[in-house]
Unconditional design. Sequence first.
Length: 411
Amino acid sequence: MDADSVRGVDRRRLLGWGGLAAGAAFVGARPAHADPAPPRPDVPPDARPGGAYDRYVAKLAAEDRFSGVVLLSHRGRTVLSRSYGMADKEKGIRNHEGVAVNLSSGIQPFLSVAVLQLVQQGKMGLADTVGAHLTGFAEDVAEQVTVHHLLTTTSGLNAPKLDLQRVFRSKEEVREFNRRWTRQAELAVPPGSGDQAHTNGAGAGLAIAAQIVEAVTGTTYWDYVHEHIFQRCGMTGSAFYTRPQWLADEHIAHSYMRQADGSRVDAVRNLDKGSMNPPILGKNPGRAFIGYATDDGFATAPDLVRFAHALRDGTVLDKPFADLLTGAKFPRAAGRDGSPLAQPSFTGYTGPIKIIDGQWLFGRGGGTGGSSANWNVYPDTGWVGVVLSNYDDVPIQDILQQEMRAITGRH
């Protein structure tokens, strides 16, 4: 979708679906927000406007520790929608509900949906090996690594470390780089022997899965996702935007990277700068030109709610395949840092799945230079929580804990 298409979106459609209010206020230093319908009696007080979650995020924003959008939706109705800070400081454009933010790895579940759509149609199988669809890989990779391994990040692959300083100039360059990079992957451990979610091999595995989508459909991964997922779900503000679109389109939030001196710089306007945040040190998403299966797609908060509802009502996947997408594949013993997990947690297809106070939670988060994002779906109770920030140093885990407490009533 090009920038002109995004500007032409019917704003009522963008913000009016599922009870989302069709407007936002941009007044002084106060948050822009959509006025939700009166909450149902079963909405916990902490999740309501003025409740604990609302106050917590407002405090962060007042301290310049949060910029972006938070949204809570319950059974198709917006309970809370707040927007803080600037989408583009240079142009004086404030964040609002219709702003698209870089999801980083939060875009990965759309890859799983694309694959499962093709499995549902009988065009491929989860047990298919890489070599069943692609050529140019080492023999053991081609014959032993399956699509299931790729989506659960258990492929056992090791791939060359990415050059975070490289600046890409076109879609074609991005596709060709991914094609060459993935074919340098080697089998380091037996496929299925462990979760590699935070390794180069995992990223290469997801890129391979996207290339299988391209081989099966005869189109680019970007075009497939736009047509068969974003458009089908009514996600009119979401896309794999290119760098020129990011610079030109006022509905795309600019990502602001914290620097060593405490300042923040616009990632897409400063390709020579990188994030100083240790987990993503040196990363600048503006260098990518366009995201791929693993990173740097953009979405609005209402669009992510639309996606959650499309999964529930069969718009993008028949129910058995939607259940397969969101079902636990195997347990996770520890977090990324090796610490024990507070709740039962499982690996799913390109995303974690948890049990929180007796109810399932699935979703995905991501962080890159200048942005932090997360979307959570609570299917048992009909809640969806979205946090989209165009800062890379927000306390995202603390925000998510506050979200969970507000929704579940757990303290």
